[in-house]
Structures are given as C-alpha cells and as structure tokens.
Design a protein around this ligand. Structure first.
Ligand SMILES: [Zn+2]
Ligand SMILES: [Zn+2]
Length: 192
C-alpha cells in the first residue's frame, strides 16, 4: 500500500515532511527502508525539499529547517508583490523544477486557480511555523487576524486547531478546496 503511493515524488515528499513534523529528524537509511526507494531517490527528494528551505540535510540525516532563513526574507509574492514573510508563506512547486512564492494562502490559491496544476504545494502553518502540504491543510478565512491580503486566510495543519482558532478569533474554518471556492466567489463579486 505504502510502496505504491511512494512512487509519486509529491506524495513521498509530503510523507517525509509529515514524519519530520512528528519525529523532528530522520536518517537517510530509515527513509530508504520506510519508503522502499533507493538511496539516490531519497537524496533527490531531500535536495528538492532543502532547496525550498523546509528541511536541512546533515551527514546521513535530515531535520526540519529552522524557521528564519535569510532567503525567505528576500522573496516576493508572485501575485501581489508583497514581501514574503515567515508567518504565512505559500510555495507552489512546479514539475519543471521551478518554484513560485506567495505571501499567503490567499495569493497562493489565486495563483493556483489562474495557472496550471502544480506538482506540490506547501503552506506555512500559522501556529507552528512549519511548512505543510497545502492541499491537506485547513484554512481560517476572514478572522480578526490580518497578516496581509483581504480576505485574510491563515493555514492550520489540523481541523481541530483551525476550529479552535476560529472560536477565539472569528472567521470560518474550511478545507483547501472550500477555501479556493470561497476566494473565487469573493473575487467574482468584487469584479462585478
Ligand atoms: Zn501576495
Ligand atoms: Zn498575502
């Protein structure tokens, strides 16, 4: 079951991130055996993730990257040209090895709905500051906390955390696809 899924690079990289979020660090050997892929494949996946500054490779192992990378500060949103911050960063990974940065899930989702399908999409969890699989994350839309774009959209790893946040700060908690639909509706409305 797992072996079949791990043939897709995107699924494999998301899985590696999920393990790292739970365990903090992993050895290359451990990854090879868990994923049932070659040494080279593990290294390629980790190189890809480390280019995005989400992980840090060490000799024989990998850890989640520390939050404040100098590179993140210099990035600019491809949608609104705002500076990309460590709080709400959203990264669209394309198959042809290029990456698109957005300042927040709001801009990231607009970019995704305008352009072709991405290979992998990562969003920074608002509470924990970690990069997570954007498709599997939950979003709180139009809460009292506004970091950049309106309607504001914050990313949470789990539904329970999103709902807890919603109780404290208002807004609506929803899945990725609901959030995209919400955003497209809002924008259509604005254009009329
Ligand atoms: Zn933006
Ligand atoms: Zn933004």
């Amino acid at each position: 079951m797992v072996a079949r899924k791990t043939k897709v690079p995107e699924a494999r990289r998301s899985q590696i991130l999920a393990w790292l979020e739970q365990e903090g660090s992993l050895s290359i050997r451990e990854l090879e055996s868990r994923l049932g892929v070659s040494h080279m494949t593990v290294h390629r996946d980790l190189d890809k993730l480390s280019e995005l500054h989400v992980v840090k490779k060490s000799r024989g192992g990998v850890i989640l990257a520390p939050q404040n990378t100098p590179n993140a500060k210099r990035r600019v949103c491809a949608m609104c040209a705002a500076r990309v911050t460590d709080r709400s960063e959203f990264i669209i990974l394309r198959s042809e090895e290029s990456q698109v940065n957005a300042c927040c899930p709001h801009c990231g989702m607009l970019l995704l709905s305008e352009k072709e399908k991405a290979d992998s999409v990562l969003a920074r969890d608002f509470l924990h500051g970690r990069m997570v699989n954007a498709y599997q994350a939950y979003y709180v839309v139009e809460s009292d906390v506004r970091l950049c774009c309106v309607p504001s959209m914050l990313c949470f790893t789990s539904r329970s955390e999103a709902e807890k946040f919603q109780r404290g700060f208002g807004g609506q908690a929803m899945t990725f696809s609901k959030a995209v639909a919400y955003l497209t509706e809002t924008h259509k409305h604005d254009l009329r």
